[in-house]
Ligand binder design. Structure first.
Ligand code: DON
Length: 590
């Protein structure tokens, strides 16, 4: 690891050359020199053509980031290397969810078949207290846990990427981080959707002078597609990370400035929060299903519990015979989801604080009993208590997938929680998360996703909040068969489940498995939400006839997945968020 001396070559120049090799159509950088790029504003803009002759594949929510990852694979980097580059690049080019100031889950299956789950989720600061998000009236203060410095947990991303590199990386660290630094320093052309998102949040960014300086145009105009977004402070921070590794986030000027800004902004971050943060290796949970092995992440993610309950329970019913849009299929999945969410919300949290082993909740006898006694595809079961108001669903977080030529695969879901996190920027030019809202500010009350959670997820210093983020890797006959994940708060769980069902039960082609309509139900509120116009009138009428409340929803999830498809990797970027410049780059398997 790390023996190759790093040769400082411009990423933008390499991107230009690399893309030519990838047979993508691009605007190459004229002389291959960064200076030239700076003068002309030239940028490497790739179209979505599939390159040929590549071994390995990548899929993410943003073009530059995916291509940067492919270039690492081209240079002989492994899936971990490419994922590190991709993650740092997203912190620049997809600032609503890509991050340095957030956290996430990293699932890795090594070429030798070993699997690893690296948890780099935010933790509650050492000064956090159970009541910190209750207002003077004793009620949860929504704004405090979602906006501004007080909403921020200790960010884990830099530590997580460093840990992944130390354990499994191949190319030099600096080589992997520099592409992001260059994208920040020289700028990149924003997509139409990014422009729209920045314009929409202009007044929010306006409340934070540092965020305003980066995300509100100095000339007062709206952002437009193709505008260059330059992030000078972020570039310096990334250069420091490239040179110093995680040390840049442990002590020193970046940490001091972040802690001072937090204090000034009413937050509670302290130097020891950064000095003591630990990315953790946790158990991967493997689910045997349909001759496959589904690798999932354990608490503080709820992915393992959810999938380990849902996949076997649904096997008790003939979904494939019914068809994926049949009312029985939809109602059954909704009912089973409600039960799974009930267990999730009741029992899960940081594993260090859970009073019951979560594995009890996937005991086959328990699941079987429940399938027989409580599930009926032609029945609507209301939740036991009064439902809280359905919240507006935020649409951020992001997932990326990578496979390499040796058979390694990485699935990473990462987030600032809400779109652009807490909407405050550290002096180092990175946005802070509002992950503290994933805790139950008051156990028994709904958070921004309407999730009503328990003591196991109350705010406690150094705890990690319960998450729905669920990176998944599917293995067939000892080889990686699929890599997937999604954003969407609690809808992440149903999204991942439904893509698995589409691919492996309904046997859809990779693109169709991702594109097929999705719907979501959780315990409370008991409404079945469906993507507007996509469930079919007959199905909806049948559900309503059962008494099932239904509601139209915006597109659910944003899956960036890779599937084995014959001798090729099929990398699929979800068509739902077309405007965000998503790209998937496919390649041959070996
Ligand atoms: O960890 C979680 O479950 C949430 N913080 C994820 C947030 C999310 O996906 C928001 N986007 N849609």
């Amino acid at each position: 690891m790390m023996q190759t001396p790093f040769k400082r070559t411009s990423f933008l120049a390499l991107l230009g050359l690399g893309l030519l090799t990838l047979a993508c159509q691009i605007t190459p950088i004229p002389s291959g020199r960064v200076d030239a790029a700076r003068e002309t504003g030239a940028r490497a803009e790739a179209t979505l053509e599939t390159p040929t002759g590549i071994r390995g594949a990548a899929a993410s929510a943003e073009t530059h980031a995916t291509l940067a990852a492919m270039q690492v694979l081209e240079e002989g980097g492994n899936a971990v290397d490419a994922a590190i580059t991709l993650g740092f690049a997203l912190a620049v080019t997809y600032p609503n969810a890509g991050n340095l100031g957030g956290g996430g889950f990293f699932l890795y299956r090594a070429p030798d078949g070993a699997d690893w789950y690296l948890d780099f989720r935010e933790v509650a600061p050492v000064a956090a207290t159970r009541e910190m998000y209750l207002g003077p009236d004793g009620e949860p203060d929504k704004a405090a846990s979602t906006r501004g410095w007080k909403a921020a947990g200790v960010p884990g991303t830099v530590f997580g990427m460093w840990e992944a590199h130390q354990r499994w990386g191949k190319l030099p660290w600096e080589r992997l981080v520099e592409p992001a630094a260059e994208l920040a320093e020289y700028g990149f052309a924003i997509s139409a959707a990014e422009a729209a998102a920045l314009n929409r949040l202009r007044s929010s960014f306006g409340e934070d002078p540092r965020a305003a300086q980066v995300f509100v145009r100095a000339d007062g105009r709206d952002w437009a597609e193709g505008d260059l977004l330059v992030q000078t402070q972020l570039a310096s921070t990334l250069h420091a990370i490239a040179l110093q590794g995680e040390e840049a986030f442990r002590t020193g000027p970046i940490v001091q400035a972040t802690v001072a800004a937090s204090k000034e902004g009413g937050g509670i971050l302290l130097p020891e929060d950064f000095a003591e943060y630990e990315p953790l290796i946790r158990p991967v949970h493997r689910i045997a299903w349909r001759g496959l092995e589904v690798l999932t992440v354990t608490p503080p993610s709820s992915g393992s519990l959810f999938l380990a309950q849902m996949l076997p329970v649904l096997e008790e019913f003939p979904l494939a015979t019914w068809g994926f849009r049949d009312p029985r299929t939809v109602q059954l999945i909704g009912e089973a989801e409600a039960l799974a969410f009930r267990d999730r919300n009741r029992w899960l949290g940081d594993p260090a604080s859970m009073e019951r082993p979560w594995e009890d909740l996937i005991d086959p006898r328990y699941l079987r009993r429940r399938a027989v006694a409580e599930l009926d595809p032609e029945r609507y079961t209301p939740p036991p208590a009064t439902a809280p108001q359905a919240p507006a669903e935020s649409t951020e977080t992001t997932h990326y997938s990578v496979v390499d030529a040796e058979g390694g695969a990485v699935a990473v879901t990462t987030t600032l929680n809400s779109s652009y996190g807490a909407k405050v920027m550290a002096p180092g030019g990175f946005l802070m998360n509002n992950e503290m809202d994933d805790f139950a500010a008051m156990p028994g009350r709904a958070n921004q996703y309407g999730l009503v959670q328990s003591e196991a997820n109350a705010v406690v210093a150094r705890r990690r909040p319960l998450s729905s983020m669920s990176p998944v890797i599917v293995v067939r006959n000892g080889e990686v068969d699929a890599v997937l994940g999604s954003p969407g708060g609690p809808t992440i769980l149903t999204t991942v489940l439904q893509v698995l069902l589409h691919r492996y039960v309904f046997e859809m082609a990779p693109e169709d498995a991702v594109a097929a309509p999705r719907f979501h139900r959780q315990d409370r509120p008991p409404v079945l939400r469906y993507e507007a116009g996509r469930l079919g009138r007959t199905t909806l009428q049948a559900l309503q006839a059962l008494g099932q409340p239904v509601r139209e929803n915006a597109p659910i999830g944003d899956v960036n997945a890779i599937f084995r498809d014959g001798a090729e990797w099929a990398a699929v970027a979800d068509p739902r968020r077309g405007g965000m410049g998503q790209v998937s780059v496919e390649g041959a398997i070996r």
